[in-house]
Design a protein around this ligand. Structure first.
Ligand SMILES: [Zn+2]
Length: 108
């Protein structure tokens, strides 16, 4: 396994998975709440709306272009395949990490 693979973060909107599950649960809670009366509807509706919002946030994920694994927005290295991400949109250059990227320049 080479540790100097350069990868990029691929933005992906994920509809299948946790996000959509939470959104579905939110809608179900609102609908079920209305069946039980106004007070329950308001209570469950509040939780349902929270789940809808949380699910929508969860649906946006970043993927590693090398292994298609999920990565954190702030991650510099893929936790799955150890590929390094090129920081194109970061304005701060990391000077303390100079050694490893010199290796990348030499190897090839
Ligand atoms: Zn990866």
């Amino acid at each position: 396994m080479s540790a100097n693979v350069l990868a990029s973060k691929v933005k992906k909107t994920e509809f299948a998975g946790m996000g959509s599950m939470m959104q579905l649960l939110g809608v179900v809670l609102i609908v079920v709440g209305f069946g039980f009366g106004l007070v329950v509807a308001v209570f469950f509706g509040g939780i349902g709306l929270l789940l809808l919002v949380a699910g929508g946030v969860k649906a946006n994920v970043l993927l590693c272009s090398e292994c298609r694994g999920k990565v954190e927005k702030a991650a510099k290295v893929c936790p799955h395949c150890r590929a390094r991400f090129n920081q194109l949109d970061s304005d701060q250059s990391t000077r303390d990490e100079g050694e490893s990227w010199k290796k990348t320049m030499r190897g090839g």
